[in-house]
Design a protein around this ligand. Sequence first.
Ligand SMILES: Cc1cc2nc3c(=O)[nH]c(=O)nc-3n(C[C@H](O)[C@H](O)[C@H](O)COP(=O)(O)O)c2cc1C
Length: 434
Amino acid sequence: MASLTVRQLDERIKKRLRLRAARNGRSVEDEVRTILRAAGEESGAEAPQPISPPAPQTGRRAEATPAHDVKRVLLIVGGGIAAYKSLDLIRRLKERGIAVRCILTKAAEHFVTPLSAGAIVGERVFTDLFDPAGEFDIGHIRLAREADLIVVAPATADLMAKMAGGHADDLATAVLLATTAKILLAPAMKLGRMAEPLEIAAAVERLLSASTQQTLAGRRVLITSGPTHEPIDPVRYIANRSSGKQGHAIAAAASAAGADVVLVSGPVNLPDPPGVTIVHVETARDMLRAAERALPADVAIFAAAVADWRVANAGAQKIKKKAGQTTPDLSLVENPDILATIAHRKSQRPKLVIGFAAETENVAANAKEKLARKGCDWILANDVSPQTGIMGGNRNTIQLVTPAGIEPWPPQSKDDVAAMLIARIADELDGDKA
Ligand SMILES: Cc1cc2nc3c(=O)[nH]c(=O)nc-3n(C[C@H](O)[C@H](O)[C@H](O)COP(=O)(O)O)c2cc1C
């Protein structure tokens, strides 16, 4: 059977593979396997297998994966109605080639039995901290140590409170206290309302692959996101339609790639991405101050939609509407240009300064002009005309403008844009090192 090693491919193909893999959330080796499998299925021939290095299996069918490559998840099932979904979760994880061990809390045993969970896991499940057989056989410390990731699903209010308080009065909480592995919580409240098993399995895959592809480890990345609010008076403000979804997705992707991330966010209705240092601000001036305070950084990505102007004479008190009076005379002054200010810094200028250009016409031409005027290194240009649905939506179509030219990216989710950008940045910084 033919075989190849990824390392033997030429640089151009490797780079395209890395981008494709990042977009699909796979390792490069898994991406190669997927391409080969598809090619094999099309031609009816058996696909050649890449032989180096072996990678964890992500296919939906169980395949033989070298034992040292198998990822291990310890699933802790808490006592909620949603425990029945955890049986399906075990199946979903196993079909992704992930080895699963399972702990049931005493309360969980009221909802699913050790027998049914054990039948799906394919081995005994663990229930008791003081089980002599269990403690001599595997023991709670080994259960904690031998997991790449611990998943608590359903995570009951009780389990989360015990974790917060550092309690360890049963097997589940003793393991949670002892482990150094990452812990993924799937909270469930109000009868059965928990994330679906497929969503949890996808999050598990992301976390497991993030722990092996630390392409930005040791790098510090500053990201701005969301709109700014510019006060008219204490209760009114000027804003824009930015949701912060793109900037937050970039922060999450950078953090998953191992970067030390500072996210300076305007007011958004989004949860803080995990693992990042977040600074919440309101106005453009606050955003600039927070961005400058976050320096030095290797990379700065300015995804926030910063208001160009603010009200010069913002009222200290609420401006009253009075019968017979004319409308208030609001005069505007220019806000600081955060991207240009950081890009033109003499000291502590990040190695890579990246801006966004939200345009409604002449997208590429305006972005090229902006690249030169702002003194930044790359611009991600996007058409935010109302018919595109980009402002507030989940998808984005980017043209990457660099001094070398314009690169159109395919329409894709904001998460995929983030993954593609982070892969490009990692490539660029790697090139710097060479
Ligand atoms: C029918 C039923 C459903 C329950 N569902 C939940 C739930 O969804 N979330 C939760 O936090 N607690 C739920 N509880 C309460 C927990 O079972 C209880 O707090 C228990 O002590 C949790 O133990 P554990 O955290 O060790 O699993 C439920 C209880 C019953 C009787």
